[in-house]
Design a protein around this ligand. Sequence first.
Ligand code: IVH
Length: 691
Amino acid sequence: MNASLFDFDLEDAKARHKALSEQIRKADIAYYNEDAPVMDDGAYDNLRRDLEELETRYPELATKESPTQKVGSAPSKGFKKVKHAIPMLSLSNVFSEEEVSEFLDRVRRFLGMPENEPIELVAEPKIDGLSCSLRYESRNLVLAATRGDGAEGEDITANVKTISCIPQTLPKDAPDLLEVRGEIYMSRAGFAALNKRLEEEGKKTFANPRNAAAGSVRQLDSTITAKRELGFFGYALGELSEAIATTQEGIRRKLAKWGIPETPYKLCKTMTEIIENYEQMLQERPDLDYEIDGIVYKVNDLELQERLGFISRSPRWATAHKFPAEQAITRINAIDIQVGRTGALTPVARLEPITVGGVVVSNATLHNEDEIARKDIRQGDMVVIQRAGDVIPQVVRVLKEKRTGSEKEFTPLEACPECGAHAVREEGGAVRRCTGGMTCPKQAVERLKHFVSRLAFDIDGMGDKIIQSFWDDGLIKNPADIFTLEKRNESFDKPIREREGWGELSEKNLFESINNRRNIALNRFIYALGIRQIGEATAKRLASTYGTIDVLQEAMSFAQDVSSDAYNELLSIDDIGPAAASDLIAFFAEDHNLDVLEQLKTHLTIQPYEQLERTDSPVFGKTVVFTGTLVKMTRAEAKAKAESLGAKVSGTVSQKTDYVIAGEKAGSKLKKASELGVTTLTEDEWLELVL
Ligand code: IVH
């Protein structure tokens, strides 16, 4: 509480009361109705507390209209996190008939099926909502969780229980344990009614049914969720106590029989059937009571699904055939340059704001200078822009016939707009980069934002604005500083609680969320380092290959020698080519990075990578090499199977190889194996070992 409050006279107090009430109301609307909070919980709590104290001193201000008199609107600390028993996956996308046919070719190749052999697919609408996992134990709904990052979501059970079409109990013939995955959506009619009501109440409306559904499900007060018209469609399974079907169609039938809402679907065997169904759904799309953004194809036979397995975060046995992006015409008011955490300079078009597919768009990415030259994009141009799903809007083409002659051509910058260091274009690449490295403040801030982001350290209440302001005032300069903030707080000119927008409670909450993350999974830690080309999936692979941060670091130091085993091992990891390898090695060779790493290690417990795969498999942790022609499975299937059992698949035979699986006509690798005394197995012996 502000000490000066007690110097207020009634007039001043009234003015302050009005200002505080307004801020709280705005925050409430942003939080409850738009699912887009404008401040963190701590700052919000402070405002409410200040208001309450003011009203204690001046009770006449506590009128019925005051936010303190409203029930059920104070946000609590949010939702409990829940780990998914089986990860919730996403889908790969295809955008054309040709890509659908490539998807089918990939499936056939993986399974070793002859070209053009029909594969039965279930084609179902792709619902544009938010995914949710429903867990039934002893046929009772015990848990509903959001997808989150796929491994961990949020417990939204109380809210989901208010969705009337979701059964709270299942009939007797349902298994003891059943997890149903599906999509929560808001009907178009419900969306229109909700927006009408919000408008009448002078509140801000939702941009589209998906945001409205997400906003409704993320209400902390489930009586609000209950008032929203939400629906659910089931489309997949999670953990199960027993198999319920042998086909995707069978799953759908069982779920429908047990009262889980199911969309219509179509069985397709030929490209003609697939495309006919797609065209038909595209036509029916505007008449459906729910929004769809494509068609999902799933291999119908569950045995084939099992063999196909997963790649990274999506199943090989399914893909989403997306509907075309929605487009609009607007003007480019300016072309700005954004500096990313790796120094990449990305041109961004500032647009005259325009609504595309229900969302207001005011920026579009221009990718790089080649793209600008290729499309001949100039400042002032009228352009066609498009957005599809959640991707950043793009400029499709310039309407040259609309030019007036006042448009300005784009000239690439010679220097970083943030730090003035030379901006150079990579040899052979299209990206221009700031060469400021560690000295470019913008890169440093972007790296910090990445470090605390959701898939990395996921520090609650440390949003972009807070990072920027802590950086500006010198409170944090590198990621390790985050973990010493609390210790250093009292020595700051102004401790955090005294900064604008902060208070004791929000300060306490911030330290609590930082402390909650002192224990971190290795894969998240690697991802958080923000190494160029090392995304989330690659970070997981590195974590599973090396197991601990020290082993990884040591390996990267050995790998500086490109003729070393360490370098070859690095290159044998999926997704790591020479370019990513060189970025990784360079990161771990840089003194400044090693320094920050050492500091981080003193503040953190970095958990060794937890294998999601079976650790009890006979080939777990073994290095295997396939050679020769396999007859019972394709090379890709054999590799995927081995990896799913925790084996490492390598292309070269060395001392470290545990098994060489020799198919027909095996040659030099088999010879090398016997020279080195490595165990060799026939294809059948291998299958006996792993099946
Ligand atoms: S199947 C392993 N089927 O789309 C199966 N997903 O882009 C994974 N979605 O996260 C999902 N309709 O939220 C599947 N008929 C459908 C779907 C669907 C919508 C969503 C789902 C998923 C996202 C992937």
